[in-house]
Design a protein. Structure first.
Length: 176
């Protein structure tokens, strides 16, 4: 038994997206936040809760459209496992109505099939990101808030092999 009541809270189920462009770069957005993140952190890949009876795959495309304004992508890989993070103590009991200790996420790699002009961060009434950019997969980790870094390390390790150019002249669904 633990003395930490937060350890007894469940994880919120969510889905995460590693969106690769034709150059093998990854989409990241800077979160809109009232608190300024340290060391230029505060960027993340699209991710969010799985609603009701929604499947993780359904959540991926809903979250992608809500957070980036586009659904022009196709799934190319799915993590076989769920990855979890705990909220920091100062956010426990405040985030998500205090109902969860953190989030457990199913991650997917997607190939972006549109153009940069398809992104619209203000597609919903409550935008998630203030700006976005493409980064190399090895540039990603320093941009992420500390409490999510372990999940991002696992996601980068799992999908690193997909971070390569694809498109004209490449063959097959795997871009190879």
């Amino acid at each position: 038994m633990t003395d930490d009541p937060a350890a007894l809270l469940p994880y919120r189920k969510g889905a995460g997206i590693v969106l690769f462009n034709r150059d093998g770069k990854v989409f990241v957005g800077r979160r809109i936040s009232r608190r300024r993140a340290k060391n230029n952190a505060g960027w993340q890949m699209p991710q969010g809760a799985i609603d009701g009876a929604e499947t993780p795959r359904e959540a991926v495309f809903r979250e992608l459209a809500e957070e980036t304004g586009t659904d022009k992508a196709e799934i190319i890989a799915e993590s076989p496992r769920w990855l979890s993070y705990d909220l920091p103590p100062d956010r426990m009991g405040r985030s998500w109505g205090g109902k969860y200790r953190g989030q457990t996420q199913k991650w997917f790699a997607l190939r972006f099939t549109g153009s940069d002009e398809d992104f619209n961060l203000e597609a919903t009434a409550k935008p998630e990101f203030s700006e976005w950019k493409w980064v190399g997969i090895d540039e990603l980790l320093p941009l992420i808030v500390g409490f999510k870094r372990g999940v991002y390390e696992a996601v980068v390790a799992e999908f690193r092999h997909l971070a390569r150019p694809w498109g004209q002249g490449s063959g097959g669904r795997d871009g190879g």
